[in-house]
Design a protein around this ligand. Structure first.
Ligand code: HPA
Length: 271
């Protein structure tokens, strides 16, 4: 594993002059942030040694290098989901590579189902905590002390300073945002009405099929994380509406300009 991480990072470093400070992972229908990046280089996943290849619609599978908000960044347009059949180690491999490339902060976006009755479709949620309901964890198996401790602390999964800063930026731009708890499920089914109610009852505001494995791997390596979600459908109320992947993508695309502005301005404030 360590050898693979180093090999992949060495390959990437030979393909770009960018030395990224910030790593970004963009969720379903949320790849538009890439248009804000002054792109220097871009690599297809299938050209990167040891990299899994993304298969889901809305995920184009590119690693992009450039400048955003005055910082050198690397962005993944298209992430790896557990439901695609990747192992947790594969899902989080890019996070390990980011750290090896020198990335000091991780920023993630996703689409989610809203269960908090105060949320509406298209709302932006700044994630401040999570519940891992996936049937696994990327740290299961041999621990590599070079990557992080056997039993990592998770008392601060999302960086409080980035949360505060992003909330202020959103306020100043006049965007409606929430701070919420994200529950991660394996998918690929959307939830049944009883499942939405259950997930709400354990303290989650939104539910989705990503992000948490990446955050666990990043926190293992002590990398501060920031995650932001677009509510693309609602569950857990009187009646659960039908939800489709197409609808999720449509709402994500419509709401993403807000999220993009928040992330760009947040990156500008980073040291
Ligand atoms: N459930 C799980 N994942 C999701 C949802 C949902 O309702 N919406 C977008 N991703």
């Amino acid at each position: 594993m360590l050898e693979k991480i180093r090999q992949t990072a060495a390959y990437i470093s030979g393909k770009t002059k960018i030395r990224p400070h910030v790593g970004i992972i963009l969720g379903s229908g949320l790849g538009g942030l890439v248009r804000e990046i002054e792109i220097s280089d871009s690599l297809d996943y299938h050209d990167i040694p040891n990299f899994p290849v993304s298969t889901v619609k809305g995920h184009s599978g590119k690693m992009i290098f450039g400048n955003l908000g005055g910082k050198q960044v690397v962005a993944l347009q298209g992430r790896f989901h557990y439901y695609e059949g990747y192992s947790m180690q594969e899902v989080t491999f890019p996070i390990r590579v980011f750290r090896e490339l020198g990335v000091k902060r991780l920023i993630l976006s996703n689409a989610s189902g809203g269960m908090n009755p105060g949320y509406q479709i298209g709302d932006v949620v700044i994630i401040h905590d999570h519940v891992n309901l996936m049937p696994s964890n990327p740290l299961i198996g041999k621990n590599y002390d070079e990557l992080g401790p056997r039993f990592p602390d998770m008392s601060e999964p999302y960086d409080p300073v980035m949360i505060e800063t992003a909330a202020k930026i959103a306020d100043s731009l006049g965007y409606r945002t929430h701070r919420g708890v994200y529950a991660a499920v394996s998918g690929p089914c959307f939830e049944t009405p009883a499942e939405y109610r259950y997930i709400r009852s354990i303290g989650a505001d939104i539910v989705g099929m990503s992000t948490v494995p990446e955050v666990i791997a990043a926190r293992h390596g002590n990398t501060p994380c920031f995650a932001i979600s677009i509510v693309t459908d609602l569950g857990g109320f009187e009646k659960v509406q039908k939800v489709s992947h197409e609808e999720v993508l449509k709402v994500a695309v419509a709401a993403e300009s807000k999220m993009t502005a928040i992330i760009r301005e947040l990156i500008r404030t980073l040291k």
